[in-house]
Design a protein around this ligand. Sequence first.
Ligand code: GRG
Length: 315
Amino acid sequence: MTDCRLPLAAMTIDSDIMFETALGLRADAVEAQLRLLLDERVLPSEIVRPAHLMAAMRHGALNGGKRLRPFLVLESAALFDGDGEAALRIATALECVHCYSLIHDDLPAMDDDDMRRGQPTVHKAFDEATAILAGDGLLTYAFDLIADEATPLPAERRAALVLALARAAGPGGMVGGQALDLDAERNKPDEAGIIRLQAMKTGALIRFACEAGAIIADAPAADRDRLAEFGSAIGLAFQLADDLLDLTADAKTMGKATGKDDAAGKATLVSLHGPEWARAQLDGLVTQAHELLEPFGERAIMLKAAASFVASRNS
Ligand code: GRG
């Protein structure tokens, strides 16, 4: 009898292609939402949306990007058969928060970058004050998108999502992580300190992305916790991969300046332990992430592929 099972390598290529196609399709859907929502038409009780501000917000949000966080929201919602329309609005809201963080991170007072996603940063394309306001606009609009009755979820679930995103993005999450990161150039945190600041600065939004699907679908608490734990593992992997890329990738591939951590004398797990150690950690985190999704079987195939992608990405 012929053995018609695919060899392992072919299976890997196949699932990589499936993942990349799915990521691209999901990104297109989020991009279309952003285009539709970030325009000059006012919502009830708004007065006017200044054209210049909206153009800067669109520049910061529609300029490419992998749209990984929205992908995680959409796939985690699909895992629990959550409402697709609601998931798309939550995914879009999260991308607004992510784009705001990039706009502000690029400002002269922060990382002072001229390029992002291969294009001039918002403060270069417009001016600094407009870039600050574009970030503020995207951040506040994200919560509008979730809380609005147009998001087809019961009010308690919309409130739970607002709260979870606020906690992930706020002073005890991403913003707090950025504050600790700014301090790190002077205070040289130890390994535990680096892990904590990264779990906040980069990990918190990724964790929210994975947990959000369970909230959207009102999944059991144990499943919500499992998805959040999966998000924490891939959040840490994402940052480790980012630190490796900062060391090894060129600016053209990344669409932004690289080598900045090293130049600033900033300690990362890669600078503490070296790239070989980091690659071994990445493998361990991907295995842990995959194991967390075992109870969901085949249904979690895209989330598993996302975990592998996060660790092996090259931009
Ligand atoms: C300024 C409030 C505030 C927060 C900034 C997110 C962040 C905190 C800073 C970004 C600095 C940075 C490059 C961190 C490394 C991890 C990261 C968020 C990379 C960019 O995310 P990707 O690769 O970007 O998902 P795309 O462009 O694909 O969306």
